[in-house]
Design a protein around this ligand. Structure first.
Ligand code: MRU
Length: 369
């Protein structure tokens, strides 16, 4: 997607042909800073500290992390260690394990001297595949927004609520939940986005709002607790969120607070859609609430907040009494019964085992990852 006149992806290979460059998301929306990853440690830190984040982008970065590791030492021992290091960076998004297994499956069959090149090639393919997947999700999701617009008699605007950031910054390009929104906007449908701020890290307020601003999509940032009120007053036509891990039965795990939005949507008859690329499906799991590991992050993300002061300095300040502990659960699970439909690269389906298997019949008999 574009920033000003320039097209960006969220991750790309440097012009030197080996280092990896990313948009460092820690500095957004206040500064667009490109960071350079030169080795396994850089890639692991980028994922862990959320310089890159969002399930698909975490997977793409991990794939390049293995390529950087193989460039340094392509032995079985070193690559096994690199795999473990990268896998430990973030526990919830299954794209991480998917991408690591994919690259490792290829390089393990090769002699050490050919591994780095093969890992770089596969990492680049994973990035290109992600863009194509999200483009297709955008097309399928677009039809839902167009239908909502037609159902309103093509009057007013279509109001879409989204949570966290599932836009191009969370993927390699396009985004998952935001891809249909960009397609609808590009097609001339008058669309307006309610962007949940998404405490504690504020991915909605800082990243989704920035992306939408760059593309010119009308939007407003709302506090996390506003969605229910808006839905009660007919101010939300549909919700679209992303997911970090989807079970074979259609339960979705996404940024903390997604579940509460789904409950409010159900109570108010507002369609609740979840956009997902197939690498986000964990075919080994059936019960999202019990089986999906939920990341717990540092309490300081809750007790402190950073922002730009009037003089331009970026400041971090305390929000809570120094003596108060905090808990920071990063994700929650929305059971399939609260989801209206899943938007995948192969089409829109029922959030159920049957719905997913109808689109991915090759998974129907295996039931494995
Ligand atoms: O903690 P984050 O910022 O990595 O969480 C991201 C999300 O929850 C996204 O909604 C999810 O990864 C889907 S991204 C296409």
């Amino acid at each position: 997607m574009k920033v000003g006149d320039r097209h960006y992806r969220s991750i790309w290979l440097s012009s030197d042909g080996w280092a990896v460059e990313i948009i460092d998301q820690i500095h957004l929306p206040h500064a667009l800073i490109v960071a350079r990853l030169e080795n396994l440690g850089d890639a692991a830190v980028a994922i862990e500290t959320m310089q890159v984040r969002g399930a698909p982008l975490i997977g793409a970065t991990a794939a390049y992390g293995l390529a950087l590791a193989a460039r340094n030492d392509p032995s079985d021992l070193a690559l096994g260690g690199a795999y473990d290091t990268l896998l430990a960076t973030r526990p919830t998004a299954v794209n991480l394990r998917w991408a690591l297994d994919d690259v490792m499956g290829i390089v393990h069959q090769l002699p050490p001297e050919r591994r780095a090149e093969a890992a770089y090639r596969r990492a680049a393919e994973i990035c290109d595949e992600d863009v194509a997947i999200n483009d297709a999700i955008g097309e399928h999701g677009f039809t839902l927004i167009r239908d909502a617009w037609q159902a309103k008699g093509q009057t007013g605007r279509v109001n879409v609520l989204t949570h966290c950031n599932a836009g191009w910054l969370a993927t390699v390009d396009w985004g998952t939940a935001l891809a249909p929104i960009y397609k609808a906007f590009n097609a001339g449908i008058p669309i307006h986005v309610w962007a949940d701020e998404t405490r504690p890290r504020n991915q909605g307020a800082s990243l989704t709002a920035w992306e939408l601003s760059q593309h010119g999509v009308p939007h407003a940032v709302i506090v996390d607790n506003a969605g229910g009120h808006l839905m009660q007053h007919g101010m939300v036509d549909l919700c679209i969120t992303g997911t970090d891990r989807t079970t074979a039965t259609g339960d979705v795990c996404n940024k903390i607070g997604t579940y509460l939005k789904a409950l409010a949507a159900k109570d108010n008859g507002v369609p609740f859609y979840v956009a997902l690329p197939s690498p986000t499906i964990d075919w080994t799991l059936r019960d999202g609430v019990r089986e999906i590991p939920i990341e717990e992050r540092e309490a300081s993300e809750v007790t402190r907040i950073a922002g730009r002061a009037e003089d331009g300095r970026i400041l971090s300040v305390d929000l809570t009494p120094m003596a108060s502990p905090a808990a920071n659960f990063a994700f929650d699970v929305t059971p399939a019964r609260l989801v209206t439909a899943l938007i995948t690269e192969r089409g829109v389906c029922d959030p159920s085992e049957g719905g997913l298997q109808a689109l991915y019949p090759e998974r129907a008999s295996s039931g494995s990852s």
